[in-house]
Every structure is written in structure tokens, then in C-alpha cells.
Design a binder for this molecule. Structure first.
Ligand code: FES
Length: 310
């Protein structure tokens, strides 16, 4: 029977068992959420021994080489020494510079990390607050010294509870950056862009919009925001005022099914960026595909759906 060493404990476990299940069953409190390799909440560091990891590409090569693994993906194959990801030592402290609750109970959080964080528009960062960890899309450009997040705190989850109590000057931690399906690419110059967001799915698209504006994208850029309250209305209006190719519209949820059915493609050369719930992303993807958009020009990301209660 393999033995895992973690937090000064020795645990006898079954070979072939999923690492996350084995640790949780023995009372090791491993943060976790999606169980699908997306949220990166379940990071553990393997300092000796081996784990069977069927999806090493989910971590960046540098972190992988340092022994970081996703407990929800790895299976136990023998003895191993492990360490949990401890944000106090392995993540970057950051100070809350701004926390404003916007329309629809969306929290606009701005953080100044104590050291630079390298990221690309469209990527996510791990946010650690009061022992809770969740990944959030970065809604800003790199190089400003600030990290901006749009977080839906309307639900009664553990992170929402933490964030409702947070204030300017408080300290949090930010961890690894990952993902990036929704970034802007310079080779898209000369092609129209269509962006569709539901709720805080706007966050990564906002960073893509800022990157496209910075790159002086010259073809039409259209954003459709689906939701009853557009929490980012003033910023979108300001962007449209200063960037002539950009237009945007809001579709309230009751009108969304008809708007989706009526959706036409401006050009088959367009690139579409879509972010929202799984259901939203699937419905939009299907509609755009039926309207003639080639799959390689469709860039989607769905919100994580936690598989365990928060
Ligand atoms: S990546 Fe493992 S729980 Fe989300």
C-alpha cells in the first residue's frame, strides 16, 4: 500500500486512487472546486516520489518542473512526499486598492500585488481570501501594477461571504496565472471581432477589448452584453466614444432567446469571443456555427461550475 507524506502525516492509500479523493478521505483539507483541471484550486507540490498525471499540459512547464500537480487529475502510483499550496508562502500578497459593488452585485476589485505578476489579457489568476481560493479572469492589461477583477457576489458562496467583508487596504493573496483562451491576437488585424458576454463573462472580454484598442484594431468590434444590469456600462460607453470601430449593446435576459435566434454573422471572416455560463457558451457557439462561423474562429470560455458546495 503506498504511503503519502503530507503536513507531517503519513497516510496509507490505495494505488490507483485519485489523489484529491485520497487526501480528502483522510481529512486533509485540500481546496478544490471544479474537479476538472480548470480552477487550479487543488494544487499540491510533489517533492519526492511520483504521481500519475494524465494532463501535465494543464500547468505551465515552469510550475510543473517545480513539482506542482493538480490533485483532482493525478492518481497515486507509489510513495510520495507532498506539500499543499500555502498562499502565505507560495502566493503573492496584494493590497486591496479598490472594492466597489456595481449593478447586479458585481464586485469591482483592484489589487496591487507586492511583486509584478506576468499575465496576458484573457488569463485567470487564483485569488486567496480568508482560506478560500477561486480563479478569476483578469479584467485589465498587464504592466499597470494593478490587477482588476469583476466578481459576481450575488450568490451565497464562501468566497462571496469573504468578499462582502473586504475593504480598501485589506491584504489578500494572488497565486498562479493560467488559461487564456480569450486573449486578443495581433494576427486578427483586418478581421471583424464579435464579443458576447453574459454577466461577469465580460471581465476577460474587457481585457481583450483593451488589448485590441491598444493594438489599434481597425475593423469593426461589436460587443453584446447579456444581462439585466450592465455593471460596466459607463466604461463601455467611454470606450465606444474614444474608439470609433467599437459598438456595444445590452440584451436583457427575457429578450435573449429571441436575440440569439435572430443573430446574424457580420462576416464569415470574423473572430468571436464568448464567455458566460456553460449553457450560454454552448447556445452561442451552436448559433454562430449554424450562421457559418468556422470553428477555428470561435474562442469560448465557460464559467467554472463548482462540483462541490462552496
Ligand atoms: S483544478 Fe482541481 S479542483 Fe479545479
Amino acid at each position: 500500500m503506498p504511503v503519502l507524506e503530507i503536513n507531517a502525516r503519513q497516510l496509507s492509500v490505495q494505488s490507483g486512487e485519485l489523489l484529491l479523493d485520497a487526501l480528502l478521505a483522510q481529512g486533509v483539507a485540500v481546496p478544490h472546486s471544479c474537479r476538472a483541471g480548470s480552477c487550479h484550486a487543488c494544487l499540491v507540490q510533489c517533492t519526492a516520489g511520483e504521481l500519475d498525471d494524465p494532463a501535465p499540459e494543464l500547468l505551465n512547464p515552469q510550475h510543473y518542473a517545480q513539482g506542482w500537480r493538480l490533485a483532482c487529475q493525478c492518481r497515486i502510483v507509489g510513495d510520495a512526499q507532498l506539500a499543499l499550496f500555502d498562499p502565505r508562502h507560495a502566493a503573492i500578497p496584494a493590497t486591496v486598492e479598490r472594492c466597489t459593488v456595481l449593478a447586479g452585485d458585481v464586485l469591482h476589485l483592484e489589487l496591487s500585488p507586492q511583486q509584478g505578476l506576468r499575465f496576458q489579457p484573457g488569463q485567470h489568476v487564483q485569488l486567496y481570501v480568508g482560506g478560500v481560493v477561486r480563479p478569476y479572469s483578469l479584467a485589465c492589461l498587464p504592466g499597470t501594477g494593478l490587477l482588476a477583477l469583476h466578481i459576481d457576489i450575488s450568490h451565497a458562496g464562501a468566497m462571496s461571504q469573504q468578499l462582502r467583508q473586504i475593504g480598501v487596504g485589506d491584504s489578500v493573496h494572488v497565486g498562479m496565472v493560467h488559461g487564456g483562451a480569450l486573449g486578443y491576437r495581433s494576427e486578427w488585424q483586418g478581421q471583424p471581432l464579435i464579443l458576447l458576454a453574459s454577466g461577469t463573462g465580460l471581465a476577460p472580454l474587457w481585457s481583450a477589448l483593451l488589448a485590441a484598442e491598444q493594438a489599434q484594431h481597425g475593423d469593426p468590434v461589436q460587443l453584446l452584453f447579456v444581462g439585466d444590469d450592465c455593471y460596466w456600462q459607463a466604461e463601455l460607453a467611454a470606450l465606444a466614444a474614444r474608439w470609433p470601430v467599437f459598438t456595444w449593446a445590452q440584451v436583457p435576459r427575457p429578450q435573449w432567446p429571441q436575440a440569439l435566434a435572430d443573430m446574424q454573422l457580420v462576416s464569415r471572416r470574423a473572430h468571436a469571443l464568448v464567455c458566460g455560463s456553460d449553457h450560454f457558451v454552448q447556445a452561442v457557439s451552436k448559433r454562430l456555427f449554424l450562421a457559418g462561423l468556422p470553428r477555428r474562429q470561435l474562442h469560448c470560455e465557460a464559467f467554472l461550475q463548482p462540483k462541490t458546495p462552496e
